[in-house]
Design a protein around this ligand. Structure first.
Ligand code: ZN
Length: 498
């Protein structure tokens, strides 16, 4: 409650409606200035948008905003309709499909229930349980010849050497009823995926993944005599239809575009109001207020869907953007989690000074712009690395200078960081990260408004001039070769493929 005292106080003084922006004629209005744009951003208005997001989540029993769900579609419509109403932007929905997979696995043998993990794209057992003998496959199960005697049985396979998906397809080709993959390290694998929905090598069979310690004990038991296992998998695999929302100013130089982006979807566990209501609302409100001024460079906003399932929306956007259009994007700014309850002020390490990252040339200038701004307003910052787990990654890969802000996810705040920013030492920056508690009650409004103003400073500055950013880099025209089909974003570990 402490965090919201200020909100209610301010709300008694200000009666601004959420969408109460009278756009000026973009061709006659004065040019945007950082301080003017920042001055019209209010925490109360951010909070009003967040209440909308929460209400969308609350329309469904799951109380989330998973990409392509009814509640997420309400989010997309809200962004689209609000931006269209300004008349200041060319706004479009960019539709695409993705394959959603979620489930849980249960495996028992020798009167023991093993701690089991589901792997993405593993098929369901359809409400029944497979009861069959366990057979240890030869070697690491990467070759079809490793599966001579598994027909109708549960194949017991070690992790290692080749993809999980290949092993499970090989087991299916050999007629196995199911498969158990055990780690080649003592603990659990910690999240895995079969990588593709189907494989030419064979049909997938239901799968549970267990720890290396449990696997070693099972292998010893199987080698000593016959062992019966019970395997069940509950899984949902759906093709989902969803949309990015893209908005670009009608005014400004369309061949020198300042792009900002944030994802709009949540994980299934909760409503995702910090992750990433905070970032998408922050740039939405900047977009709405920007309409009071004109810009020299076109300013574009990308509201990405299906980030939580592997940066699908932003990757789709880049993959389908012609090379001459890519070359027009001067830089990309990413805002993913900017209101974490136990926040830090983190800036992506564009100059590579802290993490040895080598982001495209120009990314350092973006980092320095943010650093200079925070210094000016007296807020200490620290760099954060480009882990590849948010929507800047596809932009980086084609050589577009990138930057952005982040207030922390599941990582713990150190004593040194608590001296800088206050908050709880040894507690996560966002203890509700990817959980049901990532709701309207667990935002830090101070961090949110400060980061939104910092974002506005960067957008207003670059809307006038990109002279500190190199116009193009040679890698800009290189085609993307890697695809982000691996779930795991906003600080969570990517799923393992092998
Ligand atoms: Zn996120």
């Amino acid at each position: 409650m402490r965090l919201f005292t200020g909100v209610f106080f301010i709300s008694s003084l200000v009666s601004a409606a959420v969408v109460d922006v009278q756009p000026s004629d973009p061709y006659n209005a004065s040019l945007v200035e950082s301080n003017k744009l920042r001055r019209v951003l209010q925490r109360k208005v951010l909070y009003e948008h967040a209440k909308k997001y929460q209400s969308f989540a609350d329309t469904t029993p799951e109380r989330n905003r998973v990409a392509g769900s009814a509640s997420h579609n309400l989010t997309v419509d809200y962004l689209y309709d609000t931006l269209v109403a300004t008349g200041y932007y060319n706004v479009e929905k960019q539709p695409f499909t993705y394959i959603y997979s979620e489930g849980n696995a249960s495996f028992s043998a020798l009167s023991k229930v093993y701690e089991s993990e589901y792997m993405t794209y593993s098929p369901s057992t359809g409400g029944s349980t497979i009861k069959a003998q366990l057979v240890k496959v030869a070697n690491l199960g990467c070759d079809q010849s490793d599966y001579p005697e598994v027909k109708g049985k549960i194949a017991l396979i070690s992790r290692g050497d080749c993809q999980f998906g290949l092993k499970v397809a090989r087991a299916g080709a050999a007629g196995a009823a199911g498969a158990v993959i055990y780690n080649n390290l003592p603990g659990l694998i910690g999240g895995g995926t079969l990588s593709n929905l189907t494989r030419p090598e064979g049909p997938y069979v239901p799968l549970a993944a267990i720890s290396g310690a449990d696997g070693a004990a099972l292998v010893a038991a199987v080698e000593a005599g016959p062992v019966q296992g019970s395997l069940s998998v509950n899984a949902t695999i759906d093709v989902k239809y969803t949309n990015n929302v893209l908005a670009t100013t009608k005014g400004g130089d369309q061949s020198n575009v300042i792009m900002s982006g944030a994802h709009t979807d949540s994980v299934s566990a909760g409503p995702g109001i910090n992750d990433n209501g905070s970032g998408s609302i922050g740039i939405l409100e900047i977009a709405l207020q920007l309409t009071k001024w004109s810009v020299k460079n076109a300013v574009s906003f990308g509201f990405w869907s299906a980030e939580e399932f592997g940066l699908i929306g932003s990757s789709y956007y880049i993959d389908n953007l012609p090379e001459d259009e890519r070359a027009k994007i001067a830089l990309y700014l990413n805002f993913d989690m900017i209101a974490s309850p136990n926040f830090g002020y983190f800036i992506y390490d564009g100059d590579g000074s802290a993490f040895n990252d080598t982001p495209p040339i120009g990314s350092g200038a973006i980092e320095h712009l943010f650093e200079g701004y925070f210094r000016k307003v007296g807020l200490p910052t620290r760099p954060t690395n480009f882990s590849g787990r948010s929507d800047y990654a596809p932009f980086m890969e084609i050589g577009i200078p990138v930057g952005g802000l982040f207030t922390g996810a599941e990582g713990n705040k150190t004593a040194e960081e608590a001296v800088l920013w206050g908050g709880k030492v040894g507690a996560a920056f966002d203890s509700h990260y990817h959980k049901a508690g990532d709701n309207i009650s667990n935002l830090n409004m101070d961090a949110w408004i400060q980061n939104t103003k910092a974002a506005a400073h960067a957008i207003a500055t670059y809307a006038i001039s990109t002279e500190t950013i190199p116009k193009s880099s040679p890698s800009r025209l290189v085609k993307r070769t890697t695809k982000h089909t691996i779930p795991g974003a906003c600080g969570s570990a990517p799923l393992h493929l092998t």
